[in-house]
Ligand binder design. Structure first.
Ligand code: ASP
Length: 441
């Protein structure tokens, strides 16, 4: 018998109708023994997630304002789920405890965590599974960082007493017993940790899309779904803005080689995207697995004759950047030129200071700063063996008369990153998509 961890996001548990779908999914496979819920998410455009309602309500409580009405709206959301499912469950005593804790300044994290906590109680009752408070297993260190070893060990120990369980996502406990949450979307991390703790065969992450898409659907019409992606490829794509899964959710399962399957609660027949450590001989359906990108970068270009002849140039350059407090993203270099790609937020409005500091630090002949750069990452394990992938990327972009302002190929040969003017960004993504996904289809 295999063991599956099923994590359901907020949109999958937003109301009673969604709870019913979750019930059917969980019950359709007896291997789905541990379930991780998020708090109820948005039911429609313009709706508010329960987590946000809790933050707002707690803000009022901590300012000493009357928060009764806000609190009522939150408990109404949970009660409407209970009523919609026809459950004989009364959470009033829990609501009273939470209300009191709000009055006694139990903390913002505690407040936010109650969305997952209460949703977990309802789901456990509905499924007939044990409710296991995440505070018993998930642990943070004194300095607020996450204690992975402790958590994995405690989870294994704790869940060995529960054949089936619901463990709320998003939060855990500090050594002083207060509640702390992960960053937003952190239930994904809880799911990953539980999967690791019980050494699951599969970590299913149920959401409202059919997995990762090859490109952003706001730019490319009907992009294909990625069937299989490696953790490393996913890391590259997430860094460049593809979001479905919390970034930190990858590491716990990655270490143990447990695959993640992104699935759609509203379309359970669809196989979704599989995220794996390795594919057989890194086999890929296409040379390119995915295309992701972000706008809002700047290029600092440095020219210096005989740049490579002296030593210490890069050290001095990086020291200057450190003094300016500017982290860099990429550092492509030429013979007598070097470019630094940085987030525009760090340079815009202080260009002259950046130019002067760098010019002085490395005795440059010329330094300039150009804003409005978009970076596009073309990622694929299939590139390693295929000659000419880079040429195809460049040619596809050139055919649209788009000027490449930067090129960077990672040493892993897993990605090619190009920089284009923000104004040409969407056209460049579409050109690359057409090149690799229409021609290879
Ligand atoms: N409910 C939390 C949030 O909205 C955590 C999560 O959904 O994973 O960020």
């Amino acid at each position: 018998m295999a063991l599956i961890i099923a994590k359901f996001g907020g949109s999958s548990l937003a109301d009673a109708e969604h709870f019913k779908k979750v019930y059917d999914i969980v019950k359709s496979n007896p291997d789905r023994r541990y379930v991780i819920p998020s708090a109820p998410g948005k039911r429609f455009d313009g709706d508010t997630k329960v987590t946000d309602m809790l933050y707002d309500c707690y803000a009022k409580a901590s300012e000493g304002e009357d928060f009764a009405e806000d609190f009522q709206k939150i408990t109404d959301r949970f009660d409407s789920i209970i009523d919609g499912l026809g459950l004989d469950l009364d959470l009033t005593p829990e609501y009273q405890k939470i209300r009191l804790a709000f009055e006694n300044a139990a903390g913002r994290d505690y407040a936010a965590s109650r969305g997952e906590y209460l949703n977990g109680m309802i789901l456990a009752y509905y499924l007939g599974y044990d409710f296991v408070d995440a505070a018993k297993c998930v642990r943070f260190n004194e300095n607020g960082s996450f204690n992975s070893d402790f958590t994995i060990e405690k989870t294994a120990e704790h869940l060995s007493h529960h054949f089936c369980g619901v463990i709320p996502g998003f939060y855990g406990k500090m050594p002083n017993d207060t509640i702390k949450t992960f960053s937003r979307g952190g239930s994904d991390i809880t799911g990953s940790l539980v999967a690791r703790g019980v050494n699951a065969d599969l970590y299913e992450n149920w959401t409202d899309v059919n997995g990762f898409l090859v490109a952003d659907p706001r730019i490319v019409r009907n992009p294909s779904r990625i069937e299989t992606i490696t953790y490393k490829e996913l890391r590259e794509l997430s860094y460049m803005g593809a979001t479905v899964l919390h970034e930190d959710a990858i590491f716990p399962v990655h270490q143990a080689g447990i695959p993640i399957n992104i699935r759609n609660t509203n379309d359970p027949a669809d196989p979704g995207t599989m995220i794996v450590r390795k594919t057989p001989e890194q086999k890929a359906a296409h040379h390119v697995t995915g295309i992701a990108g972000k706008k809002g970068f700047s290029i600092i270009s440095i020219e210096k004759a005989m740049m490579n002849s002296g030593s210490g140039f890069v050290r001095r350059l990086l020291t200057a950047l450190e003094e300016l407090d500017i982290p860099f993203e990429h550092l492509p270099s030429g013979i007598d030129t070097m470019s630094i790609v940085v987030d525009s937020a760090y340079v815009q409005g202080r260009e002259q200071q950046v130019i002067d500091t760098i010019t002085k630090a490395v005795e440059a002949d010329h330094v300039s700063v150009d804003n409005h750069l978009g970076l596009i990452a073309v990622v694929g394990r299939g590139m390693i063996r295929a000659a000419g992938t880079a040429a195809r990327v460049f040619a596809a972009v050139a055919r649209q008369n788009i000027n490449l302002r930067m090129i960077d190929q990672g040493s892993s040969e897993l990605n090619i990153i190009i920089g284009v003017d923000e104004a040409s960004f969407d056209d460049a993504v579409r050109a690359i998509y057409t090149e690799f996904f229409h021609k290879e289809a």
